[in-house]
Design a protein around this ligand. Structure first.
Ligand code: AMP
Length: 146
């Protein structure tokens, strides 16, 4: 069965390009719709939970900046219409799964640094997304920085 709707999770770094390239190839060979999603993580998460100050203004700015970055990223891919770009706020795994379900996606594509050992314990979004995913997940191997 060919895939019908592919969701690519992008962190908006330069590493997105090989992930998008693979996603475009797959979307084209499967005649599938391609959507992208970027998740803005709550600032408090970076500080490990409770922060004794109001971060709402900063978070609003962070969200607006992410919207601009996503629009500029999508500008490189003219086939991506506005309703194929999604920006969400929350925990990446949870939001990527939610959006994949909501949009009826049958494949999620993420980049993977192929971490192992201690580095894996520190967290890999690819690994996280795989667990409990509502559909297939493809992890595109990213090259390690020189
Ligand atoms: P990481 O394991 O955090 O280095 O990220 C690996 C991959 O997870 C990236 O190439 C993206 O596909 C995905 N990813 C990481 N952070 C985000 C984010 N904030 N929004 C969407 N996708 C993300």
């Amino acid at each position: 069965m060919p895939y019908q709707h592919i969701l690519v999770a992008v962190d908006l770094t330069e590493e997105c390009d090989p992930v998008m390239k693979r996603a475009q190839e797959l979307a084209s060979s499967n005649h599938a719709t391609l959507s992208v999603v970027h998740i803005v993580e709550p600032m408090a998460m970076a500080f490990g939970g409770d922060v004794p100050m109001d971060l709402s203004m900063l978070q609003q700015q962070q969200f607006e900046q992410a919207r601009e970055r996503l629009d500029s990223f999508a500008g490189k891919y003219p086939d991506l219409s506005a309703d194929q770009r999604h920006l969400a706020y929350g925990q990446p795994r949870q939001e990527i799964h939610r959006l994949a379900e909501e949009q009826g996606c049958d494949l999620i594509i993420v980049g993977s640094h192929g971490r192992h050992g201690l580095a894996l314990l520190l967290g890999s979004t690819a690994n996280d997304v795989l667990h409990g995913a509502p559909c297939d997940v493809l992890a595109v191997r990213l090259k390690k920085p020189e």
